[in-house]
Design a protein around this ligand. Structure first.
Ligand SMILES: NC(=O)c1ccc[n+]([C@@H]2O[C@H](COP(=O)([O-])OP(=O)(O)OC[C@H]3O[C@@H](n4cnc5c(N)ncnc54)[C@H](OP(=O)(O)O)[C@@H]3O)[C@@H](O)[C@H]2O)c1
Length: 331
């Protein structure tokens, strides 16, 4: 190699490295998102649904004290966004949150939902009539011991009720001060646009994960319009079944997890106690890096898994790793 060629090669190498740094800075993620432009929350939140009786997320969580400890640990670890719903329990999940955390830390945002009537474990009946939504908000306020709900989400549109009627009812409750921000869940792009033509929509909660990107267009729309996107099933779980397909999985998530784990301690120091990075942590880190407006709500019933999930905030994915992960959808 000539000297001239060598120096231009070095220059290219340096430029590439600088470019990589810039790309990484660009891709490095903000840890917070301001819901409705004002409620600043850590993007790693907690989904409380699983702290309910089983089967069917129905009835009181049998280990009530354990559930309280888990919720308190979440807050201790910096979680200040907790997702729940009237339908979880039904009602018991909100009561558990209040029992564990009330009086609430000032920065805690509890997002609940209404519009589903759940009288039995296997009966999930949409009811987004104005009357049921009003009753739902009143009930949630009481169970959560709140005077105003920071984020109230329509759990799902009710085919029996014109969508605009449900949204108008929430707009009215917002005007009365019972709701601070309105969110919608399990919606189409057309429904988001219709809702936004009536009232400000602060969040959308639809299924989305590394292995399920069917709501990509909705995430893109929310990103473009600075609306919080709350992906549920972020570990690929079925809401009524235990376990998560993205935990202990093989393939690209596991490969990147292993590489990251190896980076945590020098070769000479590696042992059985070397901290591991899990594939499910890469799946969550990917969601944090994928768009700046995602707020994650992984659900768990164990403090060990909770701690593992929250630790994701310290995982940095490079632009190269993101490019690779973006291309893979099957695990
Ligand atoms: N809007 C809607 O219609 C809707 C529907 C479903 C859910 N949601 C919301 O989304 C939240 C999350 O949904 P989800 O709980 O169904 O699904 P998820 O977050 O994808 O997965 C939860 C499952 O993953 C397991 N898990 C969690 N962390 C783990 C870890 N570090 N290692 C191994 N396994 C782990 C949990 O088991 P362990 O208990 O053993 O950890 C649990 O069975 C719910 O709490 C709820 O707030 C909303």
């Amino acid at each position: 190699m000539s000297d001239e060629y060598l120096s231009s090669y070095k220059l290219l190498d340096v430029t590439q490295k600088k470019l990589d740094v810039i790309m990484n800075i660009k891709k490095s993620v903000s840890q917070t998102f301001a819901i409705g432009g004002e409620l600043v929350v850590n993007r790693l939140g907690y989904g409380a649904m699983r702290l309910s009786g089983q089967p069917g997320n129905f009835g009181a969580y049998p280990d009530w004290e354990g559930g309280k400890q888990l919720l308190r640990r979440a807050v201790e670890l910096g979680v200040n966004f907790i997702d729940t719903a009237e339908a979880y329990g039904a009602g018991f999940n909100e009561e558990l949150i209040a029992d564990a955390l009330h009086p609430y830390p000032e920065d805690l945002v509890i997002a609940t939902k209404g519009g589903i009537n759940k009288p039995a474990p296997d009966k999930i009946l949409a009811d987004a009539s104005p009357e049921f939504l009003r009753k739902g908000v009143e009930g949630s306020l009481q169970r959560l011991k709140l005077e105003q709900i920071d984020l109230y989400q329509l759990h799902r549109p009710d085919p029996k009720v014109p969508f605009a009627e449900s949204i108008n009812a929430l707009a009215q409750l917002k005007q009365e001060g019972k709701i601070r921000h309105i969110g919608i869940s399990n919606v189409t792009l057309e429904q988001i646009e219709e809702a936004r033509s009536i009232v400000e929509i602060a969040s959308v909660q639809n299924r989305f994960s590394f292995n399920n990107r069917t709501n990509q267009d909705i995430l893109d729309y929310c990103t473009k319009n600075n609306i919080a996107f709350i992906p549920y099933g972020s570990l690929g779980a079925h809401p009524l079944k235990r376990g998560a397909p993205l935990a202990n999985t093989e393939g690209i998530l596991a490969d990147i997890a292993q590489k990251k784990g190896e980076g945590l301690s020098p070769e000479s120091n590696r042992s059985a106690c070397t901290p591991r990075v899990e594939p499910n942590q890469i799946a969550l880190a990917w969601l944090l890096h994928y768009a700046p407006n995602t707020i994650l709500i992984p659900g768990t019933t164990t403090i060990a898994h909770l701690e593992e999930n929250i630790a994701v905030s310290s995982i940095q994915l490079t632009s190269e790793e993101m490019d690779t992960l973006n291309q893979f959808q099957d695990v």
